[in-house]
Design a protein around this ligand. Structure first.
Ligand code: 5AD
Ligand code: SF4
Length: 481
């Protein structure tokens, strides 16, 4: 499962891409997880070759694309509101076409055209290479749909156009799809079966980013630890691979080591990890390479083993705790963050208490916490009644968020007096006199600009904090520059 992009960035649009001679204008917005943002860069790349440059001005667009998320009902509602907005603009611009991409396109398919009549084109996550044909269809006045899921597509051969980029951080996708079948989750239906991307194409992309001055990459997948390259194809078919393919297969820890060695000055992150697939190898690899950040996003969803079983998670409470203990032993100072779903069907008060007690045990650096949202077609929706009343879900979520906030403050406070290495990403949102970046544990650090610039690795002495941010004074460039 993917980490959802920072709320503030949802819907971000992007303009930087301009190829000479291109006369058509593409407006593209992305919602949901990092994978969606990464996919939008692939889409922009495909359309650059079709005569489109991106614009951040909706009114002047020839083509409006929205890359959508289905993870919770709220995510879909947000997209519906945006579609209404595009259609209002479209009334004044007769040549404008609107297309829906991503998970909601895959989930609702033709329904978008039949029932809603607010879009011209519906394209699922594995069909982006068909966009040039689909666009021709809509230009000749027909609606167009392609929601075929693929066994092979990884877009490994497409060099993404970097959108909304600061030229410092980039997303690199390494797997697509998901085989986990968590009962609450729509992703296996919207993104299909799990497949891994050729390590050579991953390395080529990382090397290219380094040569363009990028300083940090995040390797992306719904379940990165399950990465396995054996010559292509679905993960589930690995058992039928040849002996040679099996002997030369690349695992996630192999891939991490390859990337870390290829670009020792680049910071490497990865997301998302699933407890059942995270191996000790990966932990040792993270510990071994200084440029792989000591930070793991490790969703646990619930602290109760019965609920985990109902969710079809492949781990128990005890196994999760064991893994946390291992991480803390093998990677001292590892930042760990979580995802939690509260109010899953049948969750009792005692079971909710177990989620709180697991939080107390781990003391996560931060987390992403959600009320259960029933998704049509999932196993949970088919088998279990969404029986936890909304007020109870709300109250449990507040209790969870309050405990997490306390732990975030505990974690940030521990950095006071310490010197941390920060990669400057942008100007602080609150002050044009300060830079904002992150330390390895992914905590935001804000400090006076002095003569430093974005992309610098700076040593910062932390002297103050909130539960979400560290503040400090820069004391010099780190050796990593
Ligand atoms: N309801 C609420 N939260 C969900 N997530 C996934 N599916 C649902 C759902 N149906 C959460 C999980 C996941 C994160 C990306 O979104 O916590 O890890
Ligand atoms: Fe990402 Fe799709 Fe899942 Fe949303 S539903 S988090 S876009 S994979």
């Amino acid at each position: 499962m993917e980490k959802i992009i920072d709320e503030k960035k949802q819907g971000e649009t992007l303009s930087v891409n301009a190829k000479e001679g291109n006369s058509r204008k593409l407006y593209i917005e992305s919602y949901g997880c990092q994978m969606n943002f990464s996919d939008s860069e692939i889409v922009a790349s495909i359309l650059t070759n079709e005569g489109y440059n991106t614009t951040d001005n909706l009114e002047e667009a020839d083509l409006v694309l929205v890359n959508t998320c289905s993870i919770r009902d709220k995510a879909e509602q947000t997209v519906r509101k945006r579609l209404e907005k595009y259609n209002a603009v479209k009334r004044h611009n007769s040549k404008m076409k609107v297309g829906v991409l991503g998970c909601m396109a895959e989930r609702l398919k033709e329904k978008f055209l039949d029932e809603e009549k607010i879009v011209d084109m519906v394209v699922g996550p594995d069909a982006y290479k068909d966009l040039p044909n689909l666009i021709k269809e809509i230009e000749s006045g027909r609606d167009a749909v392609n929601v075929v899921l693929s066994k092979e597509e990884t877009y490994g051969d497409i060099s993404p156009v970097r959108l909304a980029t600061n030229g410092i951080n980039a997303l690199v996708s390494i797997t697509r799809g998901c085989d986990n079948m968590c009962t609450f989750c729509v992703v296996p239906f919207t993104r299909g079966r799990e497949r891994s991307r050729d390590p050579q194409s991953i390395l080529a992309e990382v090397n290219d980013l380094a040569s363009k001055g990028y300083k940090e990459i995040t390797l992306l997948g719904q379940n990165v630890d399950s990465y396995l390259w054996y010559g292509g194809g679905l993960k589930k078919d690995f058992k039928n691979a040849t002996e040679i393919e099996k002997a030369t297969a690349t695992s996630f820890s192999n891939l991490l080591a390859l990337v870390a060695e290829a670009q020792p000055k680049m910071r490497i992150r990865f997301s998302t990890s699933n407890p059942q697939d995270m191996t000790e190898d990966v932990l040792h690899t993270v510990a071994k390479y200084p440029n792989i950040c000591n930070y793991i996003h490790l969703p646990f969803q619930s602290g109760n083993t019965r609920i985990l079983k109902e969710m079809n998670r492949q781990h128990t409470r005890e196994e999760y705790i064991e893994l946390i203990d291992k991480i803390n032993k093998i990677i001292p100072n590892c930042g760990i963050s979580q995802d939690i779903i509260t109010g899953f069907p049948t969750e009792s008060e005692e079971e909710h208490q177990e989620t709180l007690s697991l939080l107390e045990y781990v003391k996560f650096y931060f987390g992403f916490m959600f009320k259960y949202s029933e998704r049509p077609g999932t196993m949970a929706a088919r088998k279990l009644e969404d029986d936890i009343p909304e007020e109870v879900k709300k109250r449990r979520l507040t209790e969870i968020v309050d405990v997490q906030r306390k732990h975030s403050a505990y974690r940030t406070n521990q950095f006071i007096g310490q010197t941390v290495e920060v990669l400057i990403e942008r100007e602080s949102k609150k002050s044009d006199q300060h830079w904002s970046g992150r330390n390895e544990q992914s905590l935001v650090v804000v400090f006076p600009k002095e003569s430093y610039k974005p992309g610098d690795f700076v040593l910062v002495k932390v002297n103050d904090c909130t539960s979400a941010t560290l503040r400090g004074e820069p004391i010099g460039l780190s050796d990593n520059n």
